[in-house]
Design a protein. Structure first.
Length: 75
């Protein structure tokens, strides 16, 4: 059975998802810096993961605050 979620709860869930993505991006970015000198392959993987979480954050930003970030990419 599917739960019915009202719009306020949906927004709260999206905000939590955005916050989680921000924390993960920071974690992977720090890991990338830590690994850069000793494990180049691990640092590359961490950098890719950082970019992935940053993309999620950009998408969540556009969903939660449409149009607010348009000027950042030149559009």
């Amino acid at each position: 059975m599917t739960d019915v979620v009202d719009s306020d709860e949906l927004v709260r869930r999206m905000q939590r998802a955005r916050t989680c993505a921000q924390q993960e991006a920071r974690t992977w970015q720090a890991r990338c810096g830590d690994l850069r000198a000793t494990d180049p392959d691990g640092a590359r993987e961490a950098a890719v993961r950082t970019l992935a979480y940053e993309a999620v954050i950009r998408v969540m930003d556009e969903i939660l605050t449409p149009g607010r970030h348009r000027g950042e990419d030149g559009k």
